[in-house]
Design a protein around this ligand. Structure first.
Ligand code: OXD
Length: 320
């Protein structure tokens, strides 16, 4: 509490998202807590917490009592690159609802390529009744790139379907119960055993452009799908669009599912829109539902003020 008996204030800088739903639990449960919505900040000194999604850098300026920044999404790339970011903890959203939504999207896309739905959709458009050879799930090697909260959740839903699973992460994970690979040395063997690549990586200086020609070329070509499939629900900046299209056209990639792009919205001039081997969704794989996630942040602030450590704090120097 501040000396004036006011609760520490919250500033919501939700970029393109509506701010009101994020304000809701604070208004309902703690109407006495100062609540401001960027750019209307009449009392900067009262702001102890910023709730941020794609915030303008000015949103963090001149906040002398700022204690923490809460990302409104699982990713923090939209915050950590803000110039002169205040040196306070930045947290990301980790929540069952987000993981469940991402799981649904990942399973949908893996099955869509595994069950060759794009080919069947083309056949339907041509009124063509023809069976396509169908490999069994254990014959298909799915590789999860990024073995954090969402990567582990994806494994938990893909495993019962019977796929042959492995994961790759920047640093070794000793507690995994699937085969894991790590670092630059582990990348080539991981790709060589992967038919369907599911990408759940954060966007950092290290991962920007990682989905490029050299990576696509190293994916397995001897699998039952006849080439590699890339499924990206991480960030658009991970993929080099021209390399992806070249790999699809050359045939060593047989399909791609993309939820993320750079820039977003994807310009209508992008050839991805009409590419016959590409499935696209407009960054909706795991949307932060304000109705649910505002409560998660409200509780995190309440627990923090009751003396508990902040959870899900990211390492700003590592950018995730
Ligand atoms: C997120 C996202 O970061 O939806 O949560 O991209």
């Amino acid at each position: 509490m501040t000396g004036s008996n006011k609760l520490p204030g919250v500033l919501i800088a939700s970029g393109p998202w509506q701010a009101e739903p994020w304000a809701d639990p604070f208004r309902r449960h703690q109407p006495q807590r100062p609540l401001m919505i960027w750019p209307d900040v009449p009392d900067p000194g009262a702001v102890h917490y910023v709730l941020a999604w794609k915030p303008p850098s000015e949103a963090f300026r001149d906040l002398p009592n700022l204690r923490a920044i809460f990302s409104l999404g699982a990713g923090v790339d939209h915050i950590v690159h803000v110039p002169d970011l205040p040196k306070v903890p930045v947290t990301r959203l980790v929540d069952g609802d987000l993981a469940q939504r991402m799981n649904e999207w990942v399973v949908l896309q893996v099955l869509l390529h595994h069950r060759q739905h794009l080919a069947y959709a083309r056949q339907q458009a041509a009124s063509l009744w023809r069976e396509i050879a169908q490999p069994a799930a254990p014959e298909v090697r799915v590789g999860i790139m990024g073995y954090g909260e969402l990567g582990r959740a994806a494994v938990s839903v893909l495993r019962p379907l019977g796929f042959n699973l492995a994961a790759w992460s920047r640093t070794p994970k000793d507690d995994a119960d699937i085969q894991t690979y790590s670092g630059q040395d582990g990348l080539t063997p991981f790709l060589a055993r992967t038919d369907i690549l599911v990408v759940l990586l954060p966007l950092t200086d290290e991962t920007r452009g990682i989905l490029n020609r050299s990576l696509f070329e190293r994916l397995a070509r001897n699998g039952p799908l006849g080439g590699g499939v890339v499924i990206n629900a991480g960030r658009g900046g991970l993929q080099v669009e021209a390399d992806l299209i070249q790999a699809l056209d050359a045939g060593y990639l047989v399909g791609a599912s993309l939820d993320v792009f750079e820039p977003e919205p994807l310009p209508s001039s992008s050839p991805l829109w009409l590419h016959p081997k590409v499935v696209m969704t407009p960054h909706v794989a795991a949307t932060s539902e304000a109705d649910i996630q505002a409560d998660v942040i409200f509780r995190a602030i309440r627990d923090f003020e009751a003396g508990q450590p902040l959870r899900n704090v990211v390492d700003v120097s590592r950018q995730y």
